[in-house]
Design a protein around this ligand. Structure first.
Ligand code: PLP
Length: 421
């Protein structure tokens, strides 16, 4: 029994799928304490969009630490925060014609979601919020109430209130526009549903199985929510910061949400940092009404500011488009070659392959790990193999990882054939 199994709580999760003791990492590669290297197609669940320890960001952090730049300020003003807000405004918001106030909640994604939901309730004076089937928004009670996963919900130990679940795009099959149902529930005085304060949306449900909302569906949801004065929150914690190609995942649909939550890759370095972007008229907080000890950690502001250099031109965005097409292509080819029918979904560099056979995606993920590739599963039954490589991964590395997936898939299918024989 290792020290983790001996002393760490049973709650530990990812280490069970990837039981190595990691020591260092660079770019798309992680190295364990035995010197074994793993190609990373997981990227810390979308925290490491720019890869592990990217040099330019690391240099900015080191320089800041060496000059004794201030580390902790609660939410007092700091040069580091000033530079981040200015840069984010100049590089991200202004060129997109977006106008938002910045709220830095506690440093995790779930805290950003809690803040957004609280503020939507306060601003509208209404209680109910709407989440979607198979959504994932975090583990604290407010965020959990709009999360689909029954196992995680049950972990709350109390009833999760003031939230309603609506069918996500495609949930009722391809012939049904689930927004017809949502709109009826809102318009019809007999529906039994109160007018919600907010709707919270992931444009691509990353944890929930790489379910992709179509741009038409996203646009229509924006229209419906706008018409009824419902706050539209886009939770871009996992698929923002360039994961789908554009900086924000909703840009392709051309909509403007009322609030946006960001976290995972926002600091660009794996340092915890979260942000709620709020339309100015909704910024109805009283001073200190939502607080937290680690609201905007200065080293994370420094790395987050440096990371925005990736967004001063379209090089990264274009590269994501190319690598995305390459990966989709290779996935389709390998499934065909191996004689497996499985839908491939995604947008940009988040891609999922859904396997009908129970347990198959998990076994492929395990076979990949044995061959030096870290790749996760998603979906309520872990039925989706989920590709989440860094956006900066080299084409050769991407192809190497895709080859490993094919070899692993083939090995798992062969095992099954042997068992059947
Ligand atoms: C990870 C995630 C969260 C929660 O973030 P934490 O930092 O784990 O609290 C919320 N929403 C989405 C879409 C996420 O992927």
């Amino acid at each position: 029994m290792n020290i983790f199994e001996q002393h760490e709580s049973e709650v530990r999760g990812y280490c069970r799928s990837f039981p190595a003791v990691f020591a260092s990492a660079k770019g798309a590669w992680m190295t364990d304490n035995k010197g074994r290297r793993y190609l990373d197609f997981f990227s810390g669940a979308g925290v490491l969009n720019y890869g592990h320890n990217p040099d330019k960001i690391k240099q900015a952090l080191l320089a800041y630490l060496v000059r004794d730049g201030i580390t902790h300020t609660l939410d007092m003003y700091s040069e580091a925060k000033e530079a981040f807000i200015q840069r984010f405004h100049d590089v991200i918001l202004q060129p997109r014609g977006l106008s938002y106030k910045f709220q830095f909640p506690g440093p995790t994604g779930t805290n950003a979601v809690e803040a957004a939901l609280k503020l939507a309730r306060k601003a509208t004076g209404r209680e109910q919020v709407v989440g979607f089937t198979n959504a994932f928004h975090g583990m604290t009670l407010g965020a959990l109430a709009v999360t689909g996963n029954g196992f995680k919900r049950a972990g709350a130990g109390v009833s999760l209130n003031h939230a309603t679940s609506m069918p996500f795009d495609g949930y009722m099959g391809t012939d049904t526009d689930t927004l017809d149902y949502f709109e009826s529930m809102i318009i019809d005085g007999g529906s039994g549903m109160e007018l919600p304060a907010a709707v919270i949306l992931e444009t691509v449900q990353a944890e929930g199985g790489v379910n992709v909302a179509s741009v038409e569906w996203i646009r229509r949801l924006r229209e419906i929510t706008a018409r009824h004065g419902i706050v539209l929150i886009v939770d871009d914690i996992q698929v923002g910061c360039g994961r789908t190609g554009h900086f924000f995942s909703f840009e392709e649909a051309g909509i403007v949400p009322d609030m946006v939550t960001l976290s995972k890759s926002l600091s660009g370095y794996g340092l915890p940092l979260a942000l709620v972007l709020i339309k100015p008229e909704l910024d109805q907080w009283a001073p200190g009404e939502h607080n937290g000890t680690f609201r905007g950690h200065c080293p994370a502001f420094v790395t987050g500011t440096a990371a925005l250099s990736f967004w001063t031109n379209t090089l990264l965005q274009d590269a994501v488009g190319q690598k995305s097409a390459l990966a989709f292509d290779r996935l389709h080819q390998m499934l065909k070659r191996q004689g497996v029918e499985a839908p491939v979904r995604g947008r940009g560099l988040i891609q999922g392959v859904e396997f009908a056979e129970p347990g198959l995606a998990t076994r492929i993920s395990q076979a990949c790990f044995e061959r030096g590739l870290i790749i996760e599963t998603a979906g309520i039954d872990d039925q989706v193999l989920k590709l989440l490589p860094s956006l900066t991964i080299k084409e050769g590395e991407l192809l190497h990882g895709l080859d490993t997936i094919e070899t692993s898939l083939q090995a798992v299918l062969r095992q099954d054939m042997r068992k059947a024989a």
